[in-house]
Design a protein around this ligand. Sequence first.
Ligand code: SAH
Length: 400
Amino acid sequence: MYDARMSPPSVTISARGAERLRHGHPWIYRSDIRESSAEPGDLVRVMSERGRPLGSGFWSSESQISLRFLGQEDVAGERAERAMLTARIEAALAFRQSLGIDATAWRAVNAESDRLPGLIVDVYGDGAGRVVVMQALTQAMDRRMKMVGEILTQLLTPVGILARNDQKVRRLEGLEESVAVVAGDVPDGIEVREGPVSYTVDVRLGQKTGLFLDQRENHEAASRYARGRALDAFTYNGGFALRMAARCESVLALDSSAAAVGATRANAERNGAGNVDAQEGNAFDILRELEIARERFDTIVLDPPAFAKNKASVERAAAGYKEINLRALKILTPGGCLMTCTCSYHMREELFHQVLEEAAADAHATVTVVEKRAQARDHPILLNVPETHYLKCFVLRKLS
Ligand code: SAH
């Protein structure tokens, strides 16, 4: 039965905006909005300038990204919204199921790549102890937290759901930062397994939602290259270090955060990795000291935080990436591997490649690219949305 009251508000976009949608990019910027009758976080009907309905989208009154397109279907009313969200979350879960992920910590929903803009859902733990951590990064998802929580409860039957809505990007949407249990109980420490390594995860206070799940497959790749004396310069909770430990004589794991170093030590002990030496310090300083002391490593991993948070900081970021890669290549033994990452979208692959080229030239090293990798498969890249390809990971081999 058609109910006029259920008809969603409409937003008219420019021809340029419509063209962007046609090319498969779901974001419409404020400058391409012609008319809007929408309230913050509304699900809206998207119209062309000629009055042709284009589909549905989520509206934001604050962000420069005013509209996030959901697709051509017309979604009107709460029932239809719930059905759409349920179907998309179900599809996201079915895809993760098909990946054969060898871990009990994984990303269930990756926002745009699952056609669920603004929503991140991570799962930590197994069976009866499973916890869901969600993030609502837009006004629309923030408004639908309760509905999404109900759907996740139904589909994943977790012991608890935590909303880690303490991401700075929420400010762009005019949203507050908060962390709250939205269903059930969420324990302080959750036991998870990633391949052969087990961790205790603090989903309330840990970085991201607790672990860097996007690096899971790169941790595994690192274990294939690791040998001899290894260095993991930005270790967090030991993601690369613990995976490499089984293959190496020793692993030096560095992090500037005391909490991260503490967690790495506890995780090393839990996994019986007595050859991991976790130290607190600034990797920039320690790499310089190691170089001066003529120390050598056979395997090195560099996985720093995003140095370039926006376009303006790309140049400075490039200098930072160059410095650590240059030093790493100097202290790497010939024949050794450097696994080097950037998680800045703004540090595009070509630019990162160029930075690495310059670092190798300055280090007088002959280097081959053995592999170019990206974020794990449960964080898929949306083909027409370059912004979703943020993590680049090069495996380099120093010949001489
Ligand atoms: N490699 C980790 C994730 C690293 S995230 C994994 O796979 O799980 C980046 C880490 O670098 C964070 O833990 C942060 O605390 C640390 N960090 C930031 N600046 C640093 C610096 N200058 N020196 C050492 N560690 C730093």
